[in-house]
Design a protein around this ligand. Structure first.
Ligand code: 3PG
Length: 210
């Protein structure tokens, strides 16, 4: 399997998966993979999130299945045990970074200032989540930070959508964008998984036209 960074560079978008039961999470994953996306982030925002993560990681061994909204070292350990191949967190937590690095699992901590990015950089992190991207300056913020932190790649998340995706992906330092726009709750509740495949395909089209 190609490494995470190469796959992120190919996909350029990372869908968030939030589900109340593994069956639903598997259907969402299937729809996204059919749409050409094989980096999936399962967010720890439901009681079933850990079970969803494990089910997806087992069912789709050729995808990169990671955990998002990871808030602590304890949660970092748990998601690794459940099969996460990468970790995303909303902020920068040194103990979570430590757990991931000791396990050799990529971690993308959230940063929203130069100070946080400098702290992450000094922990050896070269790929970060810019969060919440649209509120902290959007593509211009990624561009500005990258002029100083020249070896850092960004995954802006928070407020990314099909209307601004192109602008984010036009910033050379932006590796990929994350977001929930690819997995709308109303489509999931309606069982309209074809809509999710269509959103994934649309996002890939925007990315490929770059
Ligand atoms: C996250 O979990 O990273 C953000 O909540 C995603 O933000 P979005 O819902 O605006 O995509």
């Amino acid at each position: 399997m190609p490494n995470l960074l190469d796959t992120l560079q190919a996909n350029r978008v990372v869908p968030l998966i939030q589900a109340n039961k593994p069956e639903t999470a598997l259907k969402i994953s299937e729809a996204l993979i059919e749409g050409g996306l094989d980096v999936l982030e399962v967010v720890l925002r439901t009681e079933a999130a850990m079970d969803c993560l494990e089910a997806i990681a087992k069912s789709f061994p050729h995808a990169h299945v990671g955990a998002g909204t990871v808030l602590s070292a304890e949660q970092s350990k748990q998601v690794i045990e459940r099969g996460a191949s990468f970790i995303v967190s909303p902020g920068l937590d040194a103990m979570s970074v430590d757990v991931a690095q000791n396990a050799n699992i990529p971690i993308l901590p959230g940063i929203s200032t130069a100070t946080e990015l400098q702290q992450a950089w000094n922990m050896g992190i070269k790929t970060v989540k810019l969060f919440p991207a649209s509120l902290v300056g959007g593509p211009k913020m990624a561009q500005a930070l990258s002029s100083v932190f020249q070896d850092v790649r960004f995954m802006p998340t928070g407020g990314v959508n099909p209307a601004n995706l192109n602008e984010y992906l036009s910033v050379p330092a932006v590796l990929a964008c994350g977001g929930s726009w690819l997995t709308p709750v109303d489509r999931i509740e309606a069982g309209d998984y074809a809509a999710i495949t269509a959103l994934a395909k649309d996002a890939k089209k925007i990315a490929q036209n770059k």
